[in-house]
Ligand binder design. Sequence first.
Ligand SMILES: [Zn+2]
Length: 440
Amino acid sequence: MRNSQTLFFRNASQLLTLAGGPAPRRGRALAELGIVRDGGVLVADGMIVKAGRTRDLAREAKRLKALEIDCRSRVVMPGLVDSHTHLVFAGSRLGDFEQRIRGKTGREIARAGGGILFSARQLAQASQRDLLTRASRFLEQAALFGTTTIEIKSGYGLDVPDELKTLRVIRQLMKASSIEIVPTLLVAHALPRRFRGRKGDYVRFIIQNLIPEAGRRRLAECIDCFCDPTAFDHRQCRRILEAGAAFGMTPRVHADQTGRSGGTQLAVSVAAASADHLDHASPGDIEALARSNVVATLLPGANFFFDSRTYPPARALIEAGAAVALATDFNPGTCPTLNLQFIMSLSCTAMKMTPAEAIAASTINAAYSLRRADRLGSIEAGKQADLIVMGVDDYRKIPYFFAANHCVLTVRQGQVIASRLKQGSRGTRRSRSHALPAIS
Ligand SMILES: [Zn+2]
């Protein structure tokens, strides 16, 4: 999906390059955005040719006959990378939502037939086509929010046919969607009813049946598990991750979310790409993460949706030197939002990350956690032209004007994949000189 069109994004009030310095960003480097005022980006063949000051690029842009996109009073930055979602599901969990408002706990809701097992029943009844249609709409929404790369986990199947059905939907999305997708096999998400009281048997069943089926078909790039006191223990999860790794799947771990599970230590010991949630990570866990290349992926949207008084320990992680990323955790039960900009706001207000840290955590560090930082996550010559134009003149306004969508243009591989620019802006796609509407 390469575009031969040459584009010149010019006069951005702030161009956030995130350039320079190795990925992942740690400590003070997490707040270094590589800001260029009156910034410009030259894009050709879907790649970034040059980024810098507009006046230093203008001559080359003219020589290449680039289409000019006026980004005055706008921030131009790398496309957002949402590195943790459960985007393929059927129905919703509106019943759980109302029950929780009435004060019911997760356990009570699950006992009454809600929770993950409810989503699993809905998924079992849904056709592959229905799942695909719904997921495609969610991806369109994500692109409007500025997301250009997204990780999608299976996990509501709980048995072999439904998990494979989910992974096939993800594969179809990978072919059809304008967003880059990283497919993850999430096993050991919840214990199906037929295995009640037999967790060990279920883990064995997954390892002997599901992982080899998905592995042989190469349906998943990563493998994930829910290592939590309410789900599976670290020994069971280790066996699962190792079984996935034997098929070339990169481990990721839902770790220490509702209580300390040993998930963080497990992530470090299997050199996982990411340990996610970390609400109950201990000082020792944080130290271990800081000494490793495992990205600490924080998902404060789930805490917000549950009206939690506590949030993951972002400051302690950053100060210890861990590589911190942010993601939505988009799912029907605990975080039904695809707006990563809102997650950035939450990371500032609830976890005391700075706006600059929130941006690096949602771009370059998230790309690193998906093993794509060499190609994505910053605006530098030679990288893929995934960038977004935000309708603000200062990046700090992105989390400050919270719960809004500031993204007006989403570009992936040099092509516009979503636009919220007003209809009737100058030009049409047919006319060479105005192939993209100018932003004024
Ligand atoms: Zn999750």
